[in-house]
Design a protein around this ligand. Structure first.
Ligand SMILES: [Fe+2]
Length: 285
């Protein structure tokens, strides 16, 4: 399996505090059946001032430690980059690293309030030639009142990454409800551990994969932890990879109520700009 979201690099954020913990996490990844990991420290102005150069250097140094310790894990740079006004500028300058230098980038929205113009924010990243992967939508407080935003973002080319432990219930009933609903609606592209340590938020991708397989079957579960993550690290275009079941082209599936490609699902959110949706489809289909 391939894990594209974790906080294993020592001392860069609220993840592994030291090398011993980072190495213990790496051993847990390998024991769990993970072969490739993107190391994605937080980038959050005012709190975590990591830069692409620092993260790439830290990955190089940690890779040498893995070899010294004979831990069989391939690691890649990335970031858990919070929404900021200069996001695209940061991508272009390399200040915000993409996943393994691909076109794919983790984007973490605020947890407690829905940002104004969030759809325009993600649209601008797509138009700039990157594919934003929205991290753990199921754990954001505002999903309860604004789920239609997630449906529209997914339908318009934003990728969705669930946390493995949400699917197994470790983040509580609310996160489990939304992760199961998004899986059942076929809106999820990637599952990742978002591991921070070896006690509480641990490398545990296989349990999430198994829980997803019970809902979607083994083939789609494999896409969540192998096919799409591998395509991301290989920088394959999004339409070269299998679409999640709810996002298949309309001629390959049956329309149903609640279709995420339908605009404005719940009436509380208003899509406003239908124009950009169709422009995006032309870009990515
Ligand atoms: Fe994270």
């Amino acid at each position: 399996m391939i894990d594209l979201h974790c906080h294993m690099l020592p001392g860069l954020d609220d993840g592994a505090p030291d090398l011993a913990t980072a190495l213990a996490m790496a051993r847990m990844f390998a024991a769990d059946g993970v072969t490739h990991v993107a190391c994605t420290p937080h980038i959050l102005p005012g709190l975590y001032h990591n830069t692409g150069d620092q993260i790439r250097a830290a990955v190089g140094a940690f890779d040498a430690e893995l070899r010294n310790q004979d831990i069989d894990l391939a690691i890649f740079p990335g970031a858990d980059a919070h929404m900021t006004p200069a996001f695209i500028q940061g991508l272009r300058s390399g200040h915000i690293p993409t996943l393994g230098a691909s076109r794919y980038v983790l984007v973490e929205p605020p947890h407690h309030t829905v940002p104004q113009r969030i759809e325009q924010f993600f649209f601008d990243i797509l138009v700039a030639g990157y594919v934003p992967i929205l991290t753990h939508p199921e754990r954001l407080r505002w999903i309860n009142d604004h789920y239609a935003i997630m449906q529209r973002l997914a339908a318009h080319g934003v990728w969705m990454q669930l946390t493995a432990a949400s699917v197994t219930g470790a983040f509580g009933k609310n996160a489990q409800y939304w992760s199961e609903r998004m899986l059942d609606e076929g809106l999820v592209h990637v599952l990742a551990s978002d591991a921070h340590d070896v006690h509480r938020r641990i490398p545990n991708l296989s349990r999430g994969r198994d829980a997803a397989a019970k809902r979607l079957g083994d083939v789609e579960a494999r896409h969540l932890v192998i096919t799409r993550p591998w395509g991301i690290l290989s920088d394959e275009p999004p339409n070269a990879m299998p679409a999640p079941p709810g996002l298949l082209p309309s001629d390959r599936r049956t329309a149903r109520p609640g279709d995420p490609r339908a605009e404005a699902a719940d009436g509380r959110d208003h899509p406003g700009k239908r124009g950009w949706a169709s422009r995006l489809r032309n870009l990515f289909e």
